[in-house]
Ligand binder design. Structure first.
Ligand SMILES: Nc1ncnc2c1ncn2[C@@H]1O[C@H](COP(=O)(O)OP(=O)(O)OP(=O)(O)O)[C@@H](O)[C@H]1O
Ligand SMILES: [Mg+2]
Length: 314
């Protein structure tokens, strides 16, 4: 068997790529997906690009919550870490909300410590010569400088990030990918340091929603214990995802996260039925999805009503 990076690096907190997420699992988002797939080839052949003086751009992903930004980076990491020809590249995940701290003057230092520790990895690990740093929830510490809401420490953080992105404080072989759902809040000077900006859109069509539901089902199948997979998930092709979406979810604005939660509840519903009743139906079926979608719509309508009432009281 050929060794891959996945065998060498397994720390789930810092390194992406151990979870199976493939490019074809990402539904919709054609431009973002195409560009990231191309980037993955660039990373694999970065020595050749270097010979032509071409550098790989930093990337800023933006769009509403639950549209696949993090998932797309996970699929890039999975692709790279599983590729025997790119053993020397690794994707670190840095959640900027975790780096932020209540103590004044610490966020910027935390950020520097973290990125410096990656530089150290690059210098000391023989097998490693390139790193991609994925900065999720980017706007949480990358807000506009000098605004009414920004504080001195926030400004310092933006300056620190700028200097890393400019390459003043790093080894040449680091690329950055950032993700935000508040594109307008990100400091313009920081934005300008990302060569590629990729927009993610909410899922509007019935066919997109149905495909995301199916993709979510497949992801749950992969994550489940193989002993149960055989029973619980062996009738996927018989599940009427289209019918479920057309009947219950057609007119709702749904994120991928919403659809994943509907899929999860459908599976949970089947497990509950198995435990509590004498059912002969072992694998997850259309009825589980109908049940879950109906519950979701009821819950959605309830919270919309509550929101409207709160708006009315104001
Ligand atoms: N394009 C997509 N294709 C398939 N599944 C998706 C897609 N987008 C989201 N999902 C599902 O929704 C879950 C959450 O998506 P993800 O975390 O990638 O969203 P995000 O855009 O990073 O959101 P946030 O802005 O809140 O961080 C995924 O794990 C997946 O199950
Ligand atoms: Mg995300």
């Amino acid at each position: 068997m050929t060794a891959t990076n996945r065998d060498t690096y397994t720390d789930p907190k810092r390194i992406l790529g151990s979870r199976v997420v493939e490019f074809h699992d990402i539904i919709g988002q054609p431009t973002a997906k195409r560009e990231i797939q191309q980037l993955s080839e660039f990373f694999k052949h970065r020595d050749m690009l270097g010979l032509y003086g071409i550098s790989i751009p930093n990337v800023l992903l933006h769009g509403p919550p639950g549209t696949g930004k993090t998932m797309l980076v996970e699929s890039l990491a999975y692709e790279l870490l599983g590729d025997p020809t790119s053993l020397d590249i690794i994707v670190y995940s840095l959640n900027l909300q975790d780096i932020g701290t209540a103590y004044i003057n610490e966020t910027s230092n935390n950020l520097s410590d973290y990125i410096d520790s990656i530089c150290e990895d690059l210098c000391t690990r023989d097998t490693l010569n390139h790193a991609i740093i994925f900065m999720d929830e980017f706007d949480s510490i990358a807000g506009k400088r000098g605004t009414r809401h920004s504080h001195t420490e926030d400004d310092k953080v933006v300056n620190t990030l700028n200097s890393y992105l400019d390459g003043d404080r790093y080894l040449p072989n680091i690329n950055y990918i950032a993700a935000t759902n508040n594109y307008n809040l990100v400091d313009p000077a920081l934005k300008s340091r990302f060569g590629l900006h990729l927009k993610f859109d909410p899922f509007k069509t019935t066919s997109d929603k149905s495909s995301v539901l199916k993709s979510s089902h497949t992801q749950l199948e992969r994550r489940s214990d193989p002993a149960y997979t055989e029973y619980l998930f062996n009738r996927v092709s018989e599940i009427g995802f289209d019918t479920v979406v057309t009947t219950y979810l057609k007119d709702l604005p749904l994120s991928g996260r919403d659809l994943m939660s509907i899929a999860r509840h459908a599976v949970e519903h089947r497990i509950t039925e198995l435990i509590t009743t004498n059912t002969q139906q072992i694998s997850v079926c259309t009825d589980d999805y109908k049940y879950s979608a109906e519950q979701f719509v009821t819950q959605h309508n309830k919270s919309s009503k509550q929101n409207r009432q709160m708006g009315f009281r104001k």
